[in-house]
Design a protein around this ligand. Structure first.
Ligand code: SAM
Length: 265
């Protein structure tokens, strides 16, 4: 899979591509990447990449021409050939990262991980001209309800969420029990030492009893999801992902019987 990033600050995503598991995936040839500096496509002597917005208002917008030339350089075609809402760059999906896009989720990350190439446009200033969005962009994606000063961190967050789902990057077992994979948050985890700062690892995890550990973990996942993200429980229920066992545990967590003082911790 290939990631192409169009940016005014290539050093920001570069640090991610050159380190850790991503660097290994690149070395193995599972992932390829290209960083394109939009400023290289500004033709005036000052390499200007911003301009005033029509209609006035605070701030500047990214200039259209350097961005279009950068898109051309990486073979992204305008949407004129788009049919029935399908993307026209068959092997590329073009993403503009923006706070006004659809929120990134694990489901979207899975969907993107099946593409051959993702091309990211990182905005700066107040963003990009709407006509660039209309003519080139397949998806507008936000990484959350807050505003960053430019798109490189957002693009890098999306790339990180996607590449680790590509076959061969990390083990499929590690992915199976992660937060969101089956609609719930992850259970708490512990490593050595057995007692840390006076706090002991829950006894059940030392018992070696796999079935009890599985049940404890499921209960902890449900407790955590109910506490922090109750809407995920409703979603998992609607998607048929809550087993009878999980529903029973939810009942116990939300309406604890006065006699049950047992926590397993
Ligand atoms: N004027 C824009 C607005 O109000 O929606 C904000 C522009 S922001 C200062 C500059 C750039 O940072 C955006 O064009 C976008 O590429 C990126 N950005 C900022 N926050 C983001 C977020 N939450 N998700 C994705 N990209 C973001």
């Amino acid at each position: 899979m290939k990631f192409t990033v169009l940016t005014l600050f290539p050093e920001i995503p570069r640090a991610f591509f050159e380190n850790s598991i991503m660097a290994k995936a690149v070395e193995k040839g599972i992932i390829a990447y290209e960083l394109v500096n939009i400023r290289d496509f500004a033709l005036d002597k000052h390499k200007t990449c911003d301009d005033n917005p029509y209609g006035g208002g605070a701030g500047m917008l990214m200039k259209t021409e350097p961005l279009c030339r950068a898109l051309e350089k990486v073979n992204v075609k305008p949407k004129t050939g788009k049919k029935n809402g399908k993307k026209r760059n068959k092997t590329k999906r073009v993403i503009y990262v923006t706070p006004s896009g659809k929120p990134l989720t694990q489901k979207i990350a899975y969907e993107l991980s099946r593409e051959e190439e993702l091309v990211f446009i990182c905005g700066r200033y107040e963003g990009i001209d709407q006509r660039i969005i209309d003519s080139y962009i397949d998806d507008e994606i936000s990484i959350g309800d807050y505003v960053l000063s430019s798109g490189e961190l957002a693009a890098t967050v999306i790339i990180d969420s996607v590449y680790r789902l590509v076959d061969g990057v990390i083990s499929s077992e590690s992915l199976e029990e992660e937060s969101f994979t089956d609609g719930l948050l992850e259970y708490p985890q512990y490593t050595r030492p057995e007692v840390f700062a006076g706090m002991k690892v829950p006894e059940i995890l030392l018992s070696g009893h796999h079935e009890n550990i599985r049940k404890w973990r499921l209960k902890k996942r449900l407790e955590k999801t109910l506490r922090y993200r109750p809407e995920l429980i409703a979603q998992a229920r609607n998607n048929g992902k809550l087993t009878e066992e999980a529903e029973k545990m939810i009942e116990e967590i939300t309406n604890p019987s006065p006699l049950s003082g047992e926590t397993g911790d």
